[in-house]
Design a protein around this ligand. Structure first.
Ligand code: ADP
Ligand code: MG
Length: 394
């Protein structure tokens, strides 16, 4: 068992908390503050326990000097201050005198946020390369380290793995909840366990499919992925998305797990990828050379529905069709409706999948909606998470 935030005496301690405050920002305005709200519980706990709270986070990618202009955490510090109802002192540096002075003058319950950890990537990729000098420097600023950034827990960076190895460390409430919910669905599911996978590319999800066929009772395939399977099985898929590097994989896994892997029987094909395109429903064996598969058909929806309604655990990643275009969104919308009324234990992960949930009014209070797309996928692959492994054991 990993230590968590409740295992520490926090009073008067300088607690470095790694959050995932990587929110979308345009022209200095935060477009979606979900991720800031998601770490409030941990920050509020630290404040009420009278800790000195030092927040680290990344924001976007910082590859060249000009990326700094659009990737400052300052608007995030302001937003956090508004949400938590306390001052959040923003220090526009990742190291140096200003940082040290701000921390040395902290009182218990104060909150300080440093600048985007990835500014250190301009300094020889120190953050993303888990540089030891940087990790030692940051660790020297605190007494305890709490990792509450689920979104980067599958990465070994200086601000999560590096610091965790140098200080007494634990996970925050957000990470604890994510790990518990996803692990229990994967490792100890109430059966039947149904894993539904969609999205665009098979190659992104080979590891997930490989693990899914081992642990699930059914693996439902949708989105852009069926076409690589169909092509591998010898059918013409027209202009549908195909991942040629995964043909061999699809052929093998399908022949081995035919009884578990379900492919759409009927699909919606379009003359082009646009709202004005003409569409028709057809079988996988009848896709025209100038047609593109963009959604699952009604027969497939009802087949998947009966499997989903019978499931006691459902894990979903990847939209079932090109839901961004209204005309191609029926399959994904139906799936969202089915999951809204499901009594199963549900875990949903993936940035686009969560956009689909929001777009189609997902309404199921008991479902677990993960804050980390990449981290969830790695858990679905059965991989170890470096950010978690680095945390002290109880
Ligand atoms: P997530 O972010 O939830 O992990 P992905 O990034 O893997 O999901 O995939 C999302 C994308 O898959 C969406 O942009 C969607 O339009 C696309 N997609 C869904 N169905 C198809 C299809 N039939 N052909 C091509 N792309 C598709
Ligand atoms: Mg995506």
């Amino acid at each position: 068992m990993k230590k968590n935030i409740t295992d520490f005496k926090l009073k008067n301690q300088r607690v470095i908390v790694r959050c995932d405050l990587n929110v979308p920002i345009k022209d200095g305005v935060i477009l979606d503050d979900t991720r800031i709200k998601a770490c409030l519980e941990t920050i509020e706990h630290l404040v009420s326990a009278k800790a000195k709270v030092i927040i680290l986070s990344h924001l976007g990618r910082v590859k060249e000097e000009k990326d700094k202009e659009t990737n400052s955490l300052r608007p995030v510090a302001d937003k956090l201050s508004e949400l938590i109802g306390r001052p959040v002192k923003f220090v526009p540096y990742t190291r140096g005198m200003e940082v040290e002075n701000a921390i040395n003058s902290m009182e218990p319950r104060d909150i300080v946020m440093l600048e985007n950890t990835r500014f250190e990537d301009l300094n020889g990729n120190k953050e993303s390369g888990n540089d030891s000098e940087l990790a030692h420097y940051w660790a020297s600023l605190g007494d305890i380290f709490i990792n509450d950034a689920f979104g980067t827990i599958h990465r070994a960076h200086a601000s999560n793995v590096g610091i965790a190895k140098l200080l007494p460390s634990g996970i925050g409430f957000l990470v604890k909840n994510e790990i518990e919910k996803i692990s229990s669905a994967l490792n100890n599911p109430e059966r039947p366990l149904v894993i539904m996978l969609g999205g665009a590319k098979v190659s992104d999800k080979i590891g997930v499919i490989n693990n899914a066929v081992k642990i699930a009772d059914y693996v439902l395939i949708g989105g852009g992925m069926p076409y690589t399977f169909y092509k591998a099985l010898g059918y013409n898929v027209g202009l549908s998305i195909v991942d040629d590097s995964s043909l061999e994989f699809c052929r093998n896994i399908y022949s081995q797990y035919k009884n578990k892997i379900l492919l759409p029987e009927d699909i919606v094909v379009a003359s082009s990828i646009s709202e004005g395109a003409s569409t028709r429903i057809t079988t996988y064996a009848d896709i025209g050379s100038n047609e593109v598969g963009i959604d699952i058909g009604m027969a497939t929806i009802s087949r998947y529905k009966s499997i989903l309604m019978n499931a006691n655990t459902i894990i979903w990643n990847g939209p079932i069709g090109m839901f961004e275009i209204a005309k191609f969104s029926q399959g994904t919308r139906k799936v969202v409706e089915i999951l809204s009324s499901s009594k199963a234990k549900i875990v949903v992960g993936g940035g686009d999948t969560i956009s689909a949930l929001n777009k189609f009014g997902f309404n199921n209070k008991r479902a677990h909606i993960s804050t980390g797309g990449g981290a969830t996928l790695e858990m679905l692959e059965g991989k170890e998470l470096p950010g978690l492994s680095a945390i002290s054991d109880k």
